[in-house]
Design a protein around this ligand. Structure first.
Ligand SMILES: [Zn+2]
Length: 501
């Protein structure tokens, strides 16, 4: 639940908001709703819609203040739950990181628009996650859908596993208007509307627009008033100022004297503290219809994301339980492949609370190489969050810890008694040879990793008892530092490799 303070006409009113004021213009949505109503394609069981999303994690120009990856992963899981009964599966196209003050604080400005256009993805829903949004009406703007640019913008505080803001904005993206459409700028109050309401049309916004036919409780004008959807009842936007909870209205009456009955727990309305929120059947069918319009062809890529649930905790291999990592750099954090996962968020830090100077990485293999120098004899904590592009809610598995000490290297392979990597440095046109002497046959994989810990190549290898040699392919590598990692059941061996152009 989010607490906000509204400034209105010099008066401060405190409200608890969970269905949020958004700055989405309604007119284009009403037009799309009218068009979609004529060609309805109802949600069909088993006809899954795969919906790619690009998450723009925006920071200020000093690179700070960015929404956390953890918040985004929880948000995706939550969105998939909220749309779970619509055969919709939202998945990560990619995370895009950039630093820009205009986008971060004033995403509706011209300067921001230029930057956002440069970074938009052309085959997914773009969501820009920012610090602040310029206000356009009563209350604080938390998020909006821009029908012109066809992208979503949200304040970072709304991106988490419990907010309904993104579900609301995605509803706009797929053509839904507010059930209280027309009451956005001037929600019900006495004055100016009187009770029973004495007007037939809502009071326009300051700019003159936004006056619409007032929807009646008797359903007689539901096709042309409000959101023009008949199974969302009349809603005079009571949630914004008139009431601050999810309760049923018993006092406000329409022009006929009928008590209005807004659906307070509708995702597209503004009522707070509802136990849960819903879309109506027609809203779901309209969103489904919108997905199949030609305007939405650009997100219907035909890509099928991995949808295998990721539920098992990570099984950590090394270094764990306070053991020595065998050094202060080139430490390979290693864990078993987690069923269903193809990506891992890894974090390590000197504090168990991960608040000292946490370092994070997203990797696609079940290992991560720490290449920076760690503090000698210090204890480090690490944990891993396994996920795939559509199943992101597992959270971090239990925290592990190790000592960055120069003591006996626990990650040596006891069965390997000697090793050399030569030539080293090596030309990028050449190859380097890893020569090993072993006391028994060992099976493993040989990875080449970048200095930032990304796996560049991987090959299965057999190390034979006695002397064996393995070619390390370096062609195509640009000049710089790399790590050659031999990964076996008996342990891990890491060698630095310098490539010169
Ligand atoms: Zn809205």
């Amino acid at each position: 639940m989010i607490r906000l303070v509204f400034a209105l006409a010099g008066m401060f009113m405190a409200f608890a908001i969970s269905a949020q004021p958004c700055a989405t213009p309604q007119e284009p949505l009403l037009e799309r709703t009218d068009a979609n109503k004529k060609e309805m394609i109802p949600v069909q069981r088993g006809a899954l819609k795969y919906i790619p999303m690009t998450f723009h994690l925006v920071a200020n120009e000093s690179g700070s203040g960015r929404v956390t990856e953890e918040s985004v992963l929880y948000q995706i899981a939550s969105l998939n739950e909220q749309y779970g009964d619509q055969e919709s599966i939202f998945y990560i196209d990619r995370f895009n990181y950039f630093d820009n003050d205009a986008v971060y604080n004033t995403p509706r400005s011209g300067a921001a628009n230029v930057q956002m256009k440069l970074r938009r993805d052309n085959n997914s829903i773009n969501l820009f996650i920012v610090n602040a949004i310029e206000s356009t009406g009563p209350g604080q703007t938390l998020a909006y859908y821009d029908p012109q640019e066809d992208w979503l913008v949200s304040r970072k505080g709304q991106i988490n596993g419990s907010s309904s803001t993104l579900a609301h904005e995605v509803g706009h993206f797929f053509s839904l208007a507010h059930p209280f459409s027309g009451w956005d700028c001037n929600p019900f109050d006495i004055p100016p509307y009187s009770n029973p309401v004495a007007l037939t049309h809502t009071i326009p916004c300051d700019g003159g627009g936004g006056s619409v036919l007032i929807e009646l409780h008797d359903r007689s004008n539901c096709n042309t008033a409000g959101d023009r959807i008949c199974d969302t009842p009349e809603d005079y936007n009571l949630g914004l100022f008139w009431q601050d909870d999810c309760a049923e209205n018993n006092s406000v009456k329409d022009i006929n004297g009928d008590v209005i009955k807004p659906m307070t727990n509708n995702y597209m309305s503004y009522y707070n503290e509802c136990a849960s929120y819903e879309f109506t059947t027609t809203q779901k069918n309209l969103m489904n219809t919108d997905f199949f319009t030609f305007q939405r062809a650009y997100i219907r890529t035909g890509n099928v994301p991995n949808t295998t649930p990721v539920t098992d905790p990570v099984e950590y291999i090394f270094p764990i339980n306070g053991q020595s990592a065998g050094g202060t750099n080139n430490i390979l954090l290693d864990w078993e492949d987690t069923p269903g996962a193809n990506t891992y968020l890894v974090i390590y830090d000197r504090f168990q609370s991960f608040t000292f100077n946490p370092q994070k990485a997203i990797v696609t293999s079940s290992e991560y190489l720490i290449t920076e120098d760690l503090a000698e004899d210090a204890t480090y904590y690490w944990k891993v969050w396994p996920y795939n592009e559509s199943q992101t809610g597992a959270g971090y598995s239990a925290t592990q810890n190790f000592k960055a000490s120069l003591g006996t290297a626990v990650n040596d392979i006891r069965e390997i008694t000697g090793h050399t990597l030569s030539p080293n440095p090596v030309s990028g046109l050449d190859k380097s040879i890893l020569t090993l002497s072993a006391t028994k046959n060992i099976e493993g994989t040989l990875d080449v990793m970048s200095a930032t810990g990304q796996r560049l190549s991987s090959q299965r290898v057999s190390v034979l008892s006695g002397i064996s040699q393995i070619e390390v392919e370096t062609s195509g590598l640009t000049g710089g530092l790399y790590f050659v990692v031999l990964h076996t059941q008996q342990g891990t061996l890491v060698e630095r490799l310098l490539v010169v152009d």
